[in-house]
Design a protein around this ligand. Structure first.
Ligand code: GLA
Length: 370
C-alpha cells in the first residue's frame, strides 16, 4: 500500500474530507421534494491533492490499493475514480480550469453499508478541488455538483439528501432538510438519547436495485394526482384512489413527510422513536425496500427495552439500520443485537456478518497526512 506522501511526490498537498450520513427519518422523500433528518457519521473520506507533472490525472485509493491514471479523455467504466472524474468534469462545466492533479483517497466509511460512501467521496473530492483551485463555491452548490456526478457518472437517479448531508450535516445534531428549497436547519437529537447503527453486511449498489424504478413510480403517481411532486399532496386520503403499486408508494411518501415534520416537533425520544418504527413498517410494507435481514435487525433492536425506535436507513435493499436508544446504552445493546444476528447466520449459504458501525471512536479515524 502506497503512502500519501509518496504518491503525492512530497509536493505540499492540500487535504480535505467529508462524512457519510445516517438518515434518522424521511426516507425516499428527497426525490419527491420532501423532508428528511440526517446526521453526519464520524467516519469520513479523506482526499489529498497535489499537482501532476506528467500531464495526466492520477487517482489512488488506499482502501482498495488501486491506482487509476486518466489522460482526460475516455472515462473508466466503473470504479472509485469515476466519481472523482465526474466531479472534475462538472467543475470544468461550471467554468473552473482543472489542471492535471494527483489525488490520494482514504476512507473510514465502509463501502456499500448504506451510509453514503459515494457522497462522501464526491464531497471530499470537491472540497479538495475547491481549496486547491481557490474556487468560490458554497456548500449547497458543492452538494448540487456532487449529486450531478452521481446521476451523470454513476447512473443513479438519486435525490440530493446524501450530498447535502455530507456537505452540511453535523455529527451531533440532525439536519432538517427541505429538498425543494434546499433550506436547512440544525436541530438537537432528542434529549438523553444516542444512536446505534448496524450494517447487515449485505451490500447492494443502488444502480442495480429498484431505486430508479421507485423514483419513476413516484413521478407517475404525482402526475396521476395532478401535482408537481408527491410533496404537494394536500389530502393524504387522495392517494387511496390510485392503482397498485402507485397507491402504496405514494402513501409511504406522503406519510413519511408528515412523520418528519412530527419528528421535528417531538418533545422526547419516545415520540421520536415511535415515528422511526412507523417509518420502517411503511418502508417494508408500502415502499417494499426492506429485506429479511434488515427486518430481523430492526425487530431485534425494537425488542430491547432501552431502544426508543429503529428502522432501516438509506435506500434499503441491504445496507444498515439505525436505532435511537437511551443515552449510554448504545455500545451494550449494539453488541448484543449484532451477536444475536450473527448467531442466526451460521447456516446461511453465504454467511454475512453484521457489524456495529456506531458508536465509533471518532479519534481512531486515521488522518492521512499530518
Ligand atoms: C439513497 C439516495 C438518496 C435518498 C435515499 C433514500 O441514499 O442517494 O438520495 O433517496 O436513498 O431516502
Amino acid at each position: 500500500m502506497m503512502e500519501a506522501i509518496e504518491f503525492l511526490q512530497h509536493l505540499n498537498p492540500v487535504h480535505a474530507s467529508a462524512p457519510g450520513r445516517v438518515n434518522l427519518i424521511g426516507e425516499h422523500t428527497d426525490y419527491n421534494d420532501g423532508f428528511m433528518l440526517p446526521v453526519a457519521t464520524p467516519q469520513r473520506t479523506y482526499v489529498s491533492i497535489a499537482p501532476s507533472s506528467d500531464g495526466k490525472f492520477h487517482f489512488y485509493s488506499a482502501t482498495l490499493d488501486e491506482t487509476v491514471v486518466w489522460s482526460g479523455d475516455v472515462i473508466p467504466e466503473a470504479g472509485f475514480s469515476r466519481y472523482m472524474i465526474g466531479c472534475i468534469r462538472l467543475l470544468a462545466k461550471e467554468g473552473a480550469i482543472v489542471p492535471p492533479v494527483r489525488m490520494f483517497v482514504d476512507s473510514t466509511l465502509a463501502v456499500g453499508s448504506g451510509l453514503s460512501s459515494s457522497a462522501a467521496l464526491e464531497l471530499a473530492t470537491l472540497r479538495a478541488l475547491r481549496q486547491f483551485l481557490r474556487l468560490s463555491l458554497d456548500d449547497v452548490v458543492l452538494a448540487q455538483i456532487a449529486q450531478q456526478a452521481e446521476i451523470q457518472y454513476a447512473g443513479v437517479n438519486c435525490g440530493i439528501m446524501d450530498q447535502m448531508a455530507s456537505s452540511l450535516a453535523d455529527e451531533r445534531q440532525m439536519l432538517f432538510l427541505d429538498a425543494r428549497t434546499l433550506q436547512t436547519r440544525l436541530l438537537p437529537l432528542p434529549q438523553d438519547s444516542e444512536l446505534i447503527v448496524i450494517d447487515t453486511g449485505i451490500a447492494r449498489t443502488l444502480a442495480a436495485t429498484g431505486y430508479n424504478t421507485r423514483r419513476a413510480e413516484c413521478e407517475a403517481a404525482a402526475s396521476m394526482l395532478n401535482v408537481p411532486a408527491l410533496r404537494d399532496v394536500q389530502d393524504p386520503a387522495s392517494v387511496e384512489k390510485l392503482e397498485e403499486p402507485y397507491r402504496r408508494r405514494a402513501r409511504h411518501v406522503v406519510q413519511e413527510n408528515l412523520r418528519v415534520l412530527a419528528a421535528c416537533k417531538a418533545t422526547n425520544a419516545v415520540q421520536f422513536g415511535a415515528l422511526m418504527n412507523a417509518s420502517h413498517a411503511s418502508l417494508r410494507d408500502d415502499y417494499e425496500v426492506s429485506i429479511p435481514e434488515l427486518d430481523e435487525l430492526v425487530t431485534s433492536l425494537q425488542s430491547e427495552s432501552d431502544v426508543f425506535g429503529a428502522r432501516l436507513t438509506g435506500a434499503g435493499f441491504g445496507g444498515a439500520c439505525v436505532a435511537l436508544c437511551r443515552q449510554g446504552m448504545a455500545a451494550e445493546i449494539g453488541q448484543r443485537v449484532v451477536a444475536r444476528y450473527n448467531a442466526n447466520r451460521h447456516d446461511a449459504a453465504e454467511p454475512r456478518n453484521g457489524q456495529l458501525l456506531i458508536p465509533y471512536v471518532a479519534a481512531a479515524a486515521h488522518r492521512l497526512v499530518q
